[in-house]
Ligand binder design. Structure first.
Ligand code: GLC
Length: 803
């Protein structure tokens, strides 16, 4: 019999995921911080902090992929000073017997709370970062639940990291001698002697009884975080040092009567003791300020989320859309894709395609950050019309915004702006096309039409309006076609491992058509008729090429190698059918209804599994370098026939366009993390986060999910579900409502804020259809779509009847 294992549950009231069993086989993480300071923390309080950049701004150290899991972290130890018994508030690092101690971890929106009951003591440790201060607060409450007086010691522990991760990992002759620690007035300061503008500190709301800044003094020789000597003996050594490995441990002895509790605050901050440390210590020693900061964070998320809330008959969809999927999408936009337990800080900056896609999904919840990302990407576009595949937007900032000019002796030379402009051989054919949709989406959401005429520099030379940037992107794709007239695949297309070079990519051509349509709509809105004509002619040509060359009797091919071989055709033995070629044929609206249905039926027949849709079938087993690296990946993993998550929502969108709501939901459900809450023995990864991929059916671990959080899946599933299943979209001049739902849904509601007005949308489906609208009433009056924007501040009822 199959054993079903779950480790926790969704608490919808508090918007938390509550972990009741901490002995999960992998790390289940959360992100703290919404501006510049970030901590990635596991369900066992393991993890690391950084300021602005996970590569250059490291604050605490982490040993990724280590044994034991998730070390070190941001820990609080408790010790019974009468018996010497000690433990940590998070299960690890001390790791008490789960038969005798109970632990919970509540991962919430930008906070995590660890709860422990052991030895007659109830303890909580809440970690969060206030919106407006660069400090991580540890709000610790300890309660004596036994019937006698207790003498206890509390210790904080974290390990400081050299600020530059590569030096910290690889160049110990710098990292061990260029940073030091000191202690004064209850504040530990970690300094970088070379960079006297760079400091981190740890403070608390109490006068410590002892402290340690030297890691190996705190831990002791041949010990680990599991059994630190300082905790074992009940006192730190008051150690500091110039050079070496540093930690932050502040120790306090307390006495609690039976039933009595005490609250203690630790503060891990950015800045020097004098400039920031004292101020922060003073401010957050007042519990009112801690409470206000935490409430501020809760309100921040509440306000964001109130911009779109759904109530459907599907509990999993409600939980994921209302909280977790948008939270994940925002995380990708705010922190980019290079800080997690998988990407541990070796890279910095923005992936062109990833960021463009992420930034289109949460404009309604984070318009400012999305706008910043869009401008950075526009700046990362070359005057030829291709995007820099991976670049650090900092290089485009003027010198005065950058750090003071003292340079570490062994850091790699700072690249000049012109050094980072790569040539055609490194262009990914899809990269910039995404941005066309993202920019238009931004204007539709915000109504900021003038944005099209904003002047932005190109990465290499000159400048142009945003609108001109978009034209260059479309022209680049038109100019870079292969022998058949289909867009060249270049270094890669969306699929990093499909390396076609001068061969041709169906997906990019479908995307080109899609981006053209979106652009033409904008040009019409702006009244730029010449461009409407020019790009309509281009779009017609692209569509014809697709329909003439890419259809393969039952489905669309994925492309052609540079020697003209078809990829993803009936005759192929491996890689016969590719998901993206089908979903994008339909999503771009290149495919006729008939072909669309046929190719998506093939997807259902050959790519579907109960954990989601496979990226291709059958997986490759023989290297074929004309197709690319995908043929050298193990079968069933990542791009070679895993259930790559990111393309799954495109198939959902395709089914919605075809009007098949039941099928759309079937695809949505299969991969929904929420639905896998009780099969963690198979999934392993967090059930509140989409993962980059799930092992495919050709792999022995079919169903195992890997690489949580930083995947375009979240943003795209959010868009697929809200805009295509629930069918609530905004365009330049109004709100469009066009749902495609399972026929057994009787009704659903969506509340959407748009350009200052609120829309309470109630959709009824009395005739059990999947698609089609009979009538729409706005505040009681019959209207047609698009519904023009209503007055800012107004609250509007919209009733929709499907038929
Ligand atoms: C990874 C990359 C993304 C790419 C995908 C498929 O998720 O971040 O850019 O599209 O893999 O190769």
């Amino acid at each position: 019999m199959e054993v079903k294992i779950r480790y926790g549950y969704f608490d919808n009231i508090n918007r938390e995921y509550v972990i009741e069993r901490p002995d999960i086989p992998v790390s289940w993480t959360n992100y703290l911080g919404v501006k510049d300071l970030c901590t990635i923390i596991s369900h066992n309080a393991g993890g690391y902090s950084f300021y602005k950049s996970a590569e250059h701004g490291r604050i605490t150290r982490f040993r990724p992929n280590g044994v034991p899991l998730d070390r070190p972290g941001h820990y609080t130890y408790l010790r019974d000073d009468e018996t010497g018994e000690y433990w940590s508030i998070s299960w690890q690092p001390v790791g008490k017997d789960l038969e005798r101690a109970t632990y919970q971890c509540h991962h919430g929106l930008s906070y995590s709370r660890f709860i422990c009951d052991y030895f007659g003591i109830h303890a909580e440790q809440l970690l969060f970062i206030p919106i407006n201060d660069d400090v991580e607060l540890w709000d610790v409450v300890i309660k004596n639940t036994s019937d006698k007086i207790r003498k206890l010691s509390i210790f904080s522990y974290l390990e400081f990291s050299f600020q530059h991760i590569e030096i910290d990992n690889q160049n110990l002759q710098i990292s061990l001698y260029a940073s030091g620690s000191s202690y004064k007035d209850g504040i530990i300061e970690y300094d970088f002697f070379y960079e006297p503008w760079n400091y981190h500190f740890l403070a608390s709301n109490f006068d410590p009884d002892s402290y340690d800044c030297v890691r190996d003094r705190f831990l002791g020789n041949y010990r680990t975080e599991t059994n630190p000597i300082a905790v074992e003996r009940g006192e730190c050594h008051n150690s500091t040092e110039l050079g070496g490995n540093h930690c932050g441990s502040l120790h306090k002895r307390i006495i609690l009567d039976s039933g009595e509790e005490i609250r203690v605050i630790f503060m891990l901050g950015v800045g020097s003791r004098e400039e920031k440390g004292r101020m922060i210590k003073h401010k957050y020693s007042d519990f009112k300020n801690v409470d206000n900061a935490f409430n501020g964070l809760k309100e921040y998320w509440q306000e964001k989320l109130s911009n779109l809330q759904v109530n459907t008959p599907h509990q999993g969809m409600n939980t994921m859309l209302n909280t977790w999927t948008i939270y994940e999408a925002e995380t990708c936009v705010v922190w980019s894709r290079f800080a997690s337990f998988i990407e541990v800080g070796g890279r910095t900056g923005l992936g062109y395609r990833d960021t463009s896609q992420d930034a289109m999904s949460c404009i309604h919840t984070n318009p400012n950050k999305c706008k910043q990302r869009i401008l950075e990407l526009l700046n990362g576009l070359t005057s030829m019309g291709y995007g820099l595949h991976l670049f650090d937007p900092e290089v485009f900032k003027s010198q005065k915004d950058q750090l003071p000019g003292v340079k570490l002796p062994t850091v790699k030379p700072t690249p000049k702006q012109e050094d980072i402009i790569h040539g055609l051989e490194d262009v990914c054919a899809d990269d910039a096309l995404w941005l066309v949709a993202t920019v238009c989406e931004f204007v539709k959401e915000t109504g900021d039409v003038a944005f099209f005429d904003k002047v932005v520099p190109y990465a290499d030379k000159k400048e142009g309006t945003v609108y001109e940037h978009l034209k260059k992107i479309l022209d680049f794709s038109a100019d870079h076609v292969g022998q058949n007239g289909i867009c060249q695949g270049l270094r890669a297309d969306w699929n990093d491992c499909l390396n076609l070079g001068g061969g041709e990519s169906a997906m990019v051509t479908f995307m080109h058509y899609w981006a053209l349509k979106i652009f033409i709509e904008a040009a019409k809105h702006l009244g730029r008729d010449d461009d409407v004509q020019k790009y309509t002619a281009m779009a017609d040509k692209v569509k014809k090429a697709c329909e003439d060359l890419l259809w393969d009797d039952k489905w669309y091919v994925r492309g052609f190698t540079k020697t003209g071989r078809k990829i993803g055709t009936q005759e192929s033995i491996e890689g016969k059918l590719f998901l993206n070629a089908q979903s994008w044929a339909v999503y771009s609206e290149v495919a006729s209804e008939k072909r669309g249905k046929m190719c998506m039926d093939a997807v259902n027949d050959h790519l579907y599994s109960k954990y989601g849709l496979h990226l291709l079938w059958p997986a490759y087993s023989k290297p074929d370098d004309e197709i690319g690296y995908v043929t050298r990946v193990y079968k069933g993993i990542k791009e070679n026939g895993s259930i790559f998550s990111h393309p799954n929502p495109w198939a959902v969108i395709a089914e919605c366009i075809l009007g098949r709501g039941d099928r759309a939901l079937k695809f949505y459900d299969a991969i929904l993390p929420y639905s896998q809450n009780d099969i963690i023995e198979i999934r392993e990864a967090e059930p509140y986060s989409y993962c980059q991929f799930i092992m495919g059916k050709d792999h022995t671990a079919h169903g195992r999910a890997r690489h949580p959080w930083l995947t375009g899946t979240a943003g795209w599933f959010y868009m697929a579900a809200t805009k295509y299943i629930l069918g609530i979209k905004v365009n330049f001049d109004g709100l469009v409502i066009d749902p495609c739902i399972p026929k057994d849904w009787k009704e659903f509601q969506v509340q959407r804020n748009w350009r200052g007005a609120t829309y309470k949308i109630n959709v009824k489906n009395p005739h059990s259809v999947m698609k089609g609208i009979k009538s729409i009433r706005l505040n009681g009056k019959l209207v047609e779509c698009p519904i023009s924007p209503q007055k800012s501040g107004s609250v509007n009822d919209i009733e929709v009847i499907m038929e």
